[in-house]
Design a protein around this ligand. Structure first.
Ligand code: PGA
Length: 247
């Protein structure tokens, strides 16, 4: 299975910045063509920058950072999965810990969003991960099992669903989970998926949380790590490409 190298640009940048970042990443992938043998690439700008970024991407998929749990209608501020598909998106990140934390998104809501996304031909990247406190209490496996069972819809399969394990305490902090922790959690996720989905072995499981070119190689070497969801380092084309080079 190829690694998925996914950039989550979060709420950063201007139109100009989005343009130059997209061009630089496309140029980087073009200049290092061999990277495509081992990796698939995805960038997720803000919804406002999707139409700007879209024509600049070559061999890179386009995704959004969230979508509405509803189909259409009076939902002020929402963007539907169908609209994202219409704009050329192939992927959508759902249940990122920042959305769980700041917008109180529940597993149930994330599942509803995932159903909408799958119905509109979007591949979901469903994020799971424990807080620092939960890890200190040793309940990380239970927390992640519950998130997986409650937020992944029955419509999920290896083609339309990617899981991202992102320990909350590792996001944007520079703290990376140890290789032992990543190994054991990714194994736990693979086993949990197998209890429900017949094609679970083909589902990609990404690691996310302070992934950089310097630590990417050892993370990608872990069994059951099938790529990375990258925040901060995805805002620098050189680092984003550097991470792919480590795979
Ligand atoms: P980070 O973010 O790479 O900046 O830690 C990862 C993420 O939030 O997806």
């Amino acid at each position: 299975m190829k690694n998925l190298i996914a950039g989550n640009w979060k709420m950063n940048g201007s139109v100009e910045m989005a343009k130059s970042l997209a061009s630089a990443i496309s140029g980087g992938v073009r200049d290092h063509g061999a990277l495509l043998e081992k990796n698939d690439f995805l960038v997720c700008p803000t919804d406002l920058h999707i139409s700007t970024v879209s024509p600049l991407l070559k061999n890179i998929s386009l995704g959004a950072q969230d979508c509405s749990p509803f189909e259409v209608g009076a939902f002020t501020g929402d963007v539907s999965a169908q609209m994202l598909n219409d704009m050329g998106c192939s992927h959508v990140i759902l249940g990122h810990s920042e959305r769980r934390q700041y917008y109180a998104e529940s597993n149930m809501m994330i599942k509803q969003k995932a159903v909408m996304a799958n119905e509109n031909s979007l591949i979901t990247i469903i994020c799971v991960g424990e807080t620092e406190e939960e890890r200190e209490q040793g309940v990380q496996n239970d927390v992640v099992s519950k998130q997986l069972s409650e937020s992944i819809p029955d419509s999920a399969n290896a083609e339309n669903t990617v899981i991202a394990y992102e320990p909350v305490w590792a996001i944007g902090t520079g703290k990376v989970a140890t290789i032992e922790d990543i190994t054991s959690m990714h194994e736990h996720i693979r086993r949990t998926l197998a209890t429900r989905f017949s094609d679970s072995r083909g589902m990609r499981i990404l690691y996310g949380g302070s992934v950089k070119p310097a630590n990417a190689a050892e993370i990608f070497a872990v069994e059951n790590v099938n790529g990375a969801l990258i925040g901060g380092a995805s805002l620098k084309a050189e680092d984003f490409i550097g991470i792919a080079e480590a795979s």
